[in-house]
Design a protein around this ligand. Structure first.
Ligand code: PGA
Length: 245
């Protein structure tokens, strides 16, 4: 992860059949045949985070397709335990060999529906580091300090922290850029040297509102990442900032 390039993560959540995921990847690669789009893509760090069953296919495609070589694969969770007798869990060891570079942790949907806690997120962070995976920790306003308290300060520089206001996720209405800027400033104080990104209804219509925010270095994109064409637009519009820096 280069410190200054924009990081744009497609969070597919629990969407897509295998066929749909394959179709998305071929549309994505086609969009990037336009040289200007490709140039911007290369100046950014792009991550696709599919559901676990699609990790292998996405990973193979990214490794084998020349155009997609600079794109990484991510996962949406990791077991808080190492390899062993933990039925149903996907451990860091299970992910070895699939070129997984990022893991989204503590997403509000996991905190809400799977009761994931700050302590559990901290355990998952350790598992990520044991397997060379960069943790992307999602926090809403109320979790900023509490989550930091569960983590060793020495690791902050190796983290990506995503500010994710729950009331703006999946609504199509991103949070007002001034408010996002305020929270990003708070995150910069609490997690010095972490890479800070924003997620919450980022799409091609609003991404430009956020790209000028100080210390903001990327986006976690849900709904708008489900259409390859729109995701490429989000990438090219946000990578503009990275290449202008
Ligand atoms: P959204 O999802 O873009 O659909 O709001 C973002 C997220 O949940 O990370």
């Amino acid at each position: 992860m280069t410190k200054h390039s924009m990081l744009i993560i497609a969070n597919w959540k629990s969407n897509f059949t295998r066929d749909q995921a394959e179709k998305w990847l071929s549309e994505f690669a086609n969009q990037l045949k336009v040289p200007t789009a490709l140039e911007k893509l290369i100046s950014a760090s792009i991550v696709i985070a599919p559901a676990f069953p699609h990790v292998q296919m996405v990973s193979d495609e990214l490794v084998n397709n020349k155009i997609l070589k600079s794109v990484s694969v991510g996962v949406q969770d990791i077991s808080p335990f190492p390899a062993g007798s933990y039925t149903g869990a996907v451990s860091g060891q299970n992910l070895e060999g699939y070129h997984v570079k990022y893991a989204i942790l503590g997403h509000s949907e996991r905190r809400k529906y799977f009761h994931e806690t700050n302590i559990e997120v901290a355990k998952k962070v350790e598992q990520c580091f044991d397997h060379d995976i960069t943790p992307v920790i999602c926090v809403d306003r109320g979790e900023i300090q509490n989550q930091a308290d569960e983590l060793d300060k020495d690791i902050f520089s190796k983290l990506v922290i995503a500010y994710e206001p729950v009331e703006h996720i999946g609504t199509g209405e991103g949070e007002d850029a001034t408010q996002v800027a305020e929270v990003i400033a708070e995150l910069a104080d609490t997690y010095p040297e972490a890479k800070l990104i924003y997620g919450g209804s980022v799409n091609r219509g609003n991404v430009a509102d956020y790209t000028g925010i100080e210390n903001l270095q990327g986006f976690l994109v849900g709904t708008a990442s489900l259409k390859a064409e729109e995701f490429v637009d989000v990438v090219t519009m946000s990578a503009q900032k990275g290449s202008d820096d």
